[in-house]
Design a binder for this molecule. Structure first.
Ligand SMILES: O=C(O)CCC(=O)C(=O)O
Ligand SMILES: [Fe+2]
Length: 366
């Protein structure tokens, strides 16, 4: 039993278990017609309102990739923009990134299709086994660890370094996942080159460290919520990846913490949101920052997003390679800030904690 602030008594664990065992996630609750949100979803007010919302005019940088391979001046300007964005915001949006807008739309449509299909088909993918399975559908990967439950369901597909057998992927979005993730891998190579150059390193430095090898996609579904002000779609967190390529729909709700204020990431049709993850903050020795962000719940319509994380997910790919601050970035005046770690150990730490608004990098600080 748990005593809440309001001195109400409830059995949080049993409610979590019931949600888990339904295998139909938050969407299942909404489909059953609920009008008040269950207590497990209530996020404490002092956390939700800890920071104010920034003026609407403030927004994350926008970077236009057109011409970076043809014109050295354009490339060097873009590198400056990327460096500045990764140092100050940890986030930017890109346009002219090479992925056609109809592919982006189809990807979101595919994610929606997965979550809105017959629950009996969807249930076959329901699992919490992140170490053996390549397709993982569930609600809240950190359901049993996090202080509050998030108003979202997720389907995760691991697509690299090993390409999945198409038969393993959910039929309803199989083709678009295969197509979209190859394109994201290609864009990732471009971005990691720009990031390497922005750090003053050789073009392929980050790639040669193996940071671009692993990729998994998370198709998020945030059902419309009857009491959106009491909960969150995604809790405050920083990503555990090296880099994240996020495709959001037009509803909005994503917010980035910047100078102690929440800044809305306004949806731009055709653009992609790029953000620095913890592992890039670690190897860049704090030059680039992995910034806290969250997603608000809304009562208008289901929100859909597709986030691609550059990070290995399955052993043995992520087991032995050790990552620490890049030697070339270290000097007497800029000593290493972090201990070395493997991706496997880092992810274990990230999972153990759950999304609680504190960076998992803290435990690696020297
Ligand atoms: O759905 C979104 O827009 C972002 C979700 C997110 O931040 C994440 O899954 O790490
Ligand atoms: Fe995130």
């Amino acid at each position: 039993m748990v005593i809440t602030n309001a001195a109400e008594v409830y059995d949080r664990q049993s409610e979590l278990k019931a949600l888990d065992e339904s295998k139909t996630g938050v969407k299942g609750l909404v489909d059953a017609g609920l009008v008040k949100i269950p207590r497990i979803f209530i996020h404490e007010q002092h956390r939700r309102n800890k920071y104010s919302r920034a003026e609407a005019k403030s927004s994350i940088p926008l970077v236009d990739l057109r011409g970076i391979d043809e014109d050295a001046n354009v490339r060097s300007r873009v590198i400056d923009q990327v460096r500045s964005a990764c140092e100050k915001w940890g986030f930017f949006q890109v346009v002219n990134h090479g992925i056609p807008v109809n592919v982006l739309d189809e990807m979101l449509y595919g994610v929606r299709g997965f979550h809105e299909q017959d629950p009996e088909v969807k249930k076959q993918f329901y699992t919490r086994d992140f170490t053996n399975r390549k397709v993982i559908y569930n609600t809240n990967f950190d359901l049993y660890q996090a202080p509050s439950t998030q108003w979202r369901d997720t389907v995760t597909c691991v697509v690299a370094p090993q390409r999945p057998d198409p038969e393993e992927l959910p039929a309803i979005c199989r083709e678009i996942i295969l197509d979209y993730t190859v394109r994201v891998m290609n864009l990732g190579h471009v971005l990691f080159q720009l990031l390497s150059e922005a750090l003053g390193l050789n073009l392929n430095h980050i790639k040669d460290m193996g940071c671009t090898e692993g990729l998994y996609l998370q198709g998020q579904y945030y059902p419309a919520c009857p009491e959106p002000e009491l909960t969150l779609g995604t809790s405050e967190h920083a990503d555990s990846s090296f880099l994240t390529v996020l495709l959001q729909d037009q509803l909005g709700g994503l917010q980035v913490l910047h100078e102690n204020q929440w800044v809305d990431v306004a949806p731009i049709h055709g653009a992609l949101v790029i953000n620095v993850g913890d592992l890039l903050q670690l190897i860049s020795n704090d030059k680039f920052v992995s910034v806290i962000h969250r997603v608000l719940a809304n009562n208008l319509a289901p929100r859909v997003s597709a986030a691609c994380f550059f990070r290995t997910q399955l052993p043995p790919e992520n087991s032995s390679r050790v990552y620490g601050p890049i030697m070339e970035l270290i000097s007497e005046t800029n000593p290493p800030v972090y201990k070395e770690t493997t991706v496997k150990d880092y992810v274990a730490q990230f999972f153990k904690k759950g999304l609680d608004g504190v960076s998992a990098l803290e435990y690696l600080k020297l």
